[in-house]
Design a protein around this ligand. Structure first.
Ligand SMILES: Cc1cc2nc3c(=O)[nH]c(=O)nc-3n(C[C@H](O)[C@H](O)[C@H](O)COP(=O)(O)OP(=O)(O)OC[C@H]3O[C@@H](n4cnc5c(N)ncnc54)[C@H](O)[C@@H]3O)c2cc1C
Length: 421
């Protein structure tokens, strides 16, 4: 019998297994798919490195700093700036201290009024005070109401906040919790936005190093026994003294026989395009201020050298939300919007792939934190590790893995660490 079995090799499961294994515990990870990483994966296609959707790593995340050897990830720091696309118009806005090249554009950009630019600076200063995790506490409201309360204009909200944080939370309406908005803003202020040259999957691979992971083992059912927990899988029955369920939230809900009301899945789609001709030389994040299908896009071949083969570029387009269109209709719609940006040059874009992700994140409206399930489950000997215990994202998943391991190890420091800390 294995001491501890972790179900799911996403960031939460890998972090839990790694923490336990480092503490000398015997751990086996069962992963239903053929690779580790869960949502944080990459694949090679025709010489292009494609992540599962558009993803980035914030070095400001406390759990990332604790768990990852960032130096070993061959990271490329992206410019802390964005380009507001409004049809053919492109205005650059950025942090002039970290991206001096964006200063002239930032000063003259009409996408934000002078008052809005000063409000951004004031907000940034106020969010730097105190510990980051404290930003997840206090009264909650929607991000939109919070921004309006600070006096931001509709122009600033439509041109910048909606597409930028719509990309972070996969929700352009800014109905996400303002607590989370403040926390993520702080993460952006306190670190860099980076991408491993060889793909985000490198993060998962690093976490999985040295662990006992069995791929293609799908857990179908959990049964309590006298000695521990029996796991019914596609390769037969296994037994463990303790089990940590670290699957995606919908699967965990099924395995644990529970419902998660108010924390529904947020879907998102991504299109990957190759181009052999130079269509845009802009490496910064592109935000669609006009609305439509595209929320944000980035020429990743330019932003992260090595992601595209020599002489080619890679454009990744994010289309958050549920879509009733077929893949072909979605692609036609996205291409039409890109033609609005780039004119006839958009015809040179060659579709490499279209990926629909049913559970990209879970919904996080104001007050969502009160509905989060904890690590305990109704099954004795079974704990949960997942973003769903904290917040939807890399920090949430990794800190949840750490916390589940701390409970197994009875480690008071790990158990008492606050959410987001
Ligand atoms: C496109 C996209 C972009 C994102 N961008 C960012 C970003 O930029 N920054 C950020 O912080 N976060 C981002 N996120 C969110 C972040 O990736 C997730 O919050 C995090 O990876 C969740 O990790 P997890 O371990 O909780 O779950 P998962 O990654 O879902 O891992 C669950 C694992 O369990 C396995 N599994 C499921 N069922 C079974 C079973 N029955 N038996 C065995 N194994 C099973 C799955 O195969 C999977 O490997 C993004 C997510 C997506 C989809």
């Amino acid at each position: 019998m294995q001491d501890i079995i972790v179900v799911g090799a996403g960031l939460a499961g890998l972090t839990a297994a790694r923490t336990l294994s480092r503490a000398g515990r015997r751990v086996r990870v069962l992963e239903g798919s053929g690779e580790v990483g869960g949502r944080v994966r990459s694949r090679l296609q025709n010489g292009f490195t494609l992540d599962a959707g558009y993803q980035v790593l914030f070095t400001g995340y406390p759990a990332v700093r604790r768990q990852l050897n960032l130096d070993a990830l061959d990271l490329v720091t992206t410019l802390p700036a964005a380009v507001i696309r409004n049809g053919k118009s492109a205005q650059q806005l950025g942090d002039p201290f970290r991206d001096p090249g964006s200063l002239p554009g930032s000063l003259t950009a009409s996408a934000l009024s002078l008052g809005d630019k000063l409000r951004v600076a004031r907000l940034a200063l106020s969010l730097k005070i105190g510990p980051a995790h404290a930003l997840l506490l206090g009264p909650d409201e929607s991000t939109l109401d919070f921004l309006r309360g600070l006096g931001f204009s509709s122009r600033a909200i439509q041109n910048f906040f909606a597409p930028f944080f719509g990309g972070v939370f996969l929700n352009r309406s800014l109905s996400t919790s303002a607590r989370l908005f403040r926390y993520y803003f702080r993460m952006l202020l306190g670190g860099d936005i980076v991408l491993p040259r060889a793909g985000m999957g490198q993060v998962s691979k690093q976490l999985a190093e040295g662990l006992n992971v069995s791929l293609n083992v799908r857990v179908e059912r959990l049964v309590q026994t006298e000695r521990g927990v029996e796991l019914v899988t596609n390769i037969g029955e296994l037994e463990a003294e303790q089990v940590i369920v670290a699957t995606d939230p919908p699967t965990a809900a099924r395995l644990l026989g529970e419902a998660l009301p108010g924390l529904e899945s947020v879907p998102s789609s991504y299109l990957y395009y190759a181009s052999e001709t130079v269509i845009d030389t802009q490496p910064r994040l592109l935000l669609n201020a006009q609305g439509g299908l595209i929320n944000n896009a980035q020429w990743l071949g330019r932003a992260v050298p090595g992601r595209a083969p020599k002489g080619q570029d890679l454009l990744v387009v994010s289309v958050p939300g549920p879509h009733v269109q077929t893949d072909a209709e979605l692609e036609t719609g996205v291409r039409a919007e890109l033609a609005g940006w780039y004119g006839e040059a958009a015809a040179h874009l060659k579709l490499l792939g279209l990926e629909r992700i049913a559970h990209a994140q879970f919904a996080q409206p104001p007050g969502y934190a009160a509905r989060l399930p904890g690590h305990a489950t109704a099954l004795p000997g079974v704990l949960r590790a997942s973003e769903i215990t904290s917040m939807s994202g890399i920090q949430g998943a990794m800190e949840s893995g750490e916390k589940a391991a701390a409970i197994v190890l009875n480690d008071p420091v790990g158990m008492s660490r606050p959410r987001g800390g």
